[in-house]
Design a protein around this ligand. Structure first.
Ligand code: ARG
Length: 279
């Protein structure tokens, strides 16, 4: 079965605001180089992974739209759209929802009982946030879901109900690793990459209890976005250089494709963030 991904060309990409510690308005991304890096990823997915890559149209004024992992979460023909934490990205929501609706997906926004408190009947201060596949990764039928910086934990129960899957919640504690896909990547079956210092002690215990083969990524390589790998079958795209990680994956019989993502790391993302798995 050939994998399918949604990507969005970084036509209007740039560092226009600061919503995570990687972003610095004085460290602009080179858009031409970003485009080249994006195309290199797309080429490897199409040629080496044999993947189908769908591309949605970029919109001016939405520089982070290239990070399609945050559009929402796909399971079969169901699309659960994101509700972004920051208003800077909320403008992406209708564009992604339209893309999926037009292609016949059931678009199912999360119902978190938003607005009114069940206990007092009082209005809640704000709606619940969920940032899609950036914070929710399937390993088989189990959904590993991160929360705290971008996604609210009570969306996890709603996700489990909407998709009929078991959800394992993991609290993130390190602001540089604000999305689960910056510090965790399921491999085949019961293995996963992870960066231990992105999790609290309880989340580490939950990971140990739920993942048979945990591959720890070093401090240095986690900061090179090593955990932000695109994995399909026995193939993996990882950010360059991440040499130890490449070795660990090859030892597990993965074909490894290291690529540069310097321009996207300036916004706090790399390989995996630029893709959304559709199949
Ligand atoms: N600048 C973007 C943000 O902070 C980067 C998103 C990276 N995406 C991801 N799935 N980790 O929202």
């Amino acid at each position: 079965m050939c994998p399918a991904f949604l990507m969005c060309r970084p036509t209007y990409y740039g560092i226009h605001y600061r919503i995570n510690p990687w972003m610095d308005l004085r460290r602009q991304a080179n858009r031409l180089l970003a485009l080249r890096q994006w195309h290199a990823l797309r080429d490897v997915l199409e040629r080496e992974f044999g993947a189908r890559v769908c591309v949605c149209r970029a919109r001016p004024g939405l520089p982070d739209m290239a990070f399609t992992a945050n559009a929402g979460l796909v399971r079969g023909r169901v699309f659960v759209p994101s509700r972004f934490r920051y208003p800077e990205r909320a403008g992406e929501e209708p564009h992604f929802a339209r893309w999926f609706r037009r292609r016949g997906y059931a678009v199912r926004p999360l119902d978190c009982g938003r607005g009114v408190s069940a206990v007092s009947g009082a209005s809640l201060p704000r709606a619940a946030n969920f940032e899609g596949a950036g914070d929710a990764l399937f390993a088989g039928d189990t959904l590993f879901a991160g929360y705290y910086f971008r996604t609210d934990v009570h969306t996890h129960a709603a996700l489990g109900a909407a998709l009929g899957v078991r959800v394992v919640s993991l609290q993130l504690v390190n602001p540089r690793f604000y999305h689960l896909d910056t510090c965790f990547a399921p491999l085949d079956g019961s293995a996963a990459l992870y960066y231990p210092r992105a999790f609290d002690a309880y989340a580490l215990r939950v990971l140990r209890e739920n993942v048979g083969d945990l591959v720890a990524v070093s401090d240095a390589e986690a900061h090179e976005f090593g955990c932000n790998a695109v994995v399909a079958g026995r193939k993996a795209v990882i950010p360059q250089p991440c040499r130890d990680l490449a070795r660990a994956l090859r030892r597990r019989r993965y074909a490894v494709y290291p690529l540069p993502f310097s321009e996207f790391i300036k916004a706090g993302g790399a390989a995996k963030c630029l893709t959304l798995r559709l199949d």
